[in-house]
Ligand binder design. Structure first.
Ligand SMILES: Cc1cc2nc3c(=O)[nH]c(=O)nc-3n(C[C@H](O)[C@H](O)[C@H](O)COP(=O)(O)OP(=O)(O)OC[C@H]3O[C@@H](n4cnc5c(N)ncnc54)[C@H](O)[C@@H]3O)c2cc1C
Length: 387
């Protein structure tokens, strides 16, 4: 059948890889090429296992990075604690590495079968399935593009991220994102000197209300992530503003201050949010990845579950062959429990992501020390890694 995937991000490319042997796949991606927005993610859990089954894990691992762990720093530049990544890697049986999000995308592009038609600068504005409006209607499903064209297809898979254009139609009342009370900015820039200073440990600031991360993405580039608490009510995507960023995050740590001087004009800046959809498909339209079940970056597994969810959808469609509706039901039955579990873990982390008071900061510092104790460390890492 003809499958049209909206969004050539992580879920979209992973799904195209899996569907290509059996179907005519078109991917519509709004950006002109791979998105450069770079932040380092931890790759483990269900997505790792799915990438193994897909035969792409070595491609991804070759683009990954192994950090020693995290170093906490206070505004005066002193180190206030450390967490090693070793126990996490061991608890995951070695199935764990860090990787820049854009490298995941580039890795998936490198293994994309040639039969997949990838159209960049193709922004979808609406999706339609005539059968949803009139049960007797026989027309095919269709996507409308910003350039005025319409594409007809047998199945539409919305992999267009947390702000999906299709979610409202599939799960009425659930189109908007569910903000979690944080806003995060991130960027990458060239700074071999700071990259060498940061070395193999990520820096995370031990601060209240606002937290900064700085890490060496490679020998020459530094990655920065800046998180702040915001009112949870608004859902509009914020406009990146370099001066505001430099002003609001000044003084967290001397190395973050140095990195702030190099903040680019354009950078990733968005609310931390989940997508909640009580159903993932309707007629011939189905949601996958963040569009269906964004856990937010607080869960630390968005990329992993985006890949695993896409693979679960492809497997279900493969298993049910021409019975597409049965395949979509099977996808939800098979995959929803894991996706919801990761979302719950994201919600639980929300209160702790950025300490809201000096007392909470102090509590986290004590908890870090307890977690460092051998027996506790094993327990905590196992519960973190469990899918
Ligand atoms: C700062 C930050 C840190 C994170 N850290 C981690 C982490 O440590 N571990 C982890 O696993 N995950 C992490 N994540 C989450 C992870 O990046 C996402 O959950 C994951 O990328 C989801 O993939 P996706 O393909 O579903 O959506 P996306 O990656 O958002 O891709 C959606 C694609 O659809 C395209 N698109 C959107 N709208 C349209 C349209 N109308 N028409 C056509 N194309 C469209 C977009 O351009 C994009 O390419 C983090 C996220 C952020 C923001």
């Amino acid at each position: 059948m003809d499958v049209t995937i909206i969004g050539g991000g992580i879920a979209g490319l992973a799904l195209a890889h899996e569907l290509a042997p059996d179907h005519a796949v078109t991917v519509l991606e709004s950006s002109p090429g791979p998105r450069g927005g770079g932040f380092m993610i931890d790759f483990f859990g269900p997505g790792f296992l799915a990438a193994e089954r897909m035969g792409i894990i070595e491609e991804l691992r070759s683009r990954g990075h192994a950090f020693d762990g995290v170093r906490y720093g206070t505004p005066d530049g002193k180190e206030s604690g450390r967490i090693d990544v070793g126990p996490l890697v061991a608890a995951a049986g070695g199935r764990y590495f860090s990787i820049l999000r854009p490298e995941v995308e580039l890795g998936l592009l490198a293994v994309l079968p040639q039969s997949v038609e990838l159209r960049c600068s193709a922004r979808v504005t609406a999706v339609r399935d005539p059968a949803l409006e009139d049960a007797g209607a026989s027309g095919r499903a269709a996507v409308d593009l910003a350039d005025g064209n319409t594409l007809e297809t047998d199945l539409i898979v919305a992999c267009d991220g947390v702000r999906s254009v299709a979610r409202e139609l599939v799960a009425p009342g659930h189109g908007p994102i569910v903000p979690m009370g944080y806003r995060v900015a991130s960027y990458l820039y060239d700074d071999p000197e700071l990259a060498a200073e940061l070395g193999e440990r990520m820096l995370m600031t031990d601060t209240v209300g606002r937290v900064g991360w700085a890490y060496a993405a490679d020998d020459s580039r530094v990655g920065v992530m800046l998180a702040e608490r915001v009112r949870a009510a608004g859902t509009k995507r914020p406009t990146p503003d370099r001066e505001r960023l430099q002003r609001e995050f000044a003084g967290l740590h001397p190395q973050v201050d140095r990195a702030l001087v190099h903040a680019p004009e354009s950078f990733y800046d968005d609310l931390v949010a989940q997508a909640i959809a009580p159903r993932w498909s309707r007629g011939r339209i189905v949601l996958a990845g963040d569009a269906a079940h964004a856990p937010s970056l607080l869960a630390g597994q968005g990329t992993s579950v985006a890949i695993a969810g896409a693979e679960a959808l492809a497997r279900s469609l493969r298993a049910t062959g021409p019975y597409v509706q049965a395949g979509l039901a099977e996808y939800e039955r098979r995959w929803r429990p894991t996706a919801e579990k990761v979302q719950r873990s994201g919600r639980r982390s929300a209160a702790f992501f950025t300490p809201s008071s000096p007392a909470q900061l102090r509590g986290q510092q004590i908890a870090r020390r307890v977690v460092g104790l051998p027996g506790v460390s094993r327990l905590v890492t196992r519960s973190f890694i469990a899918p």
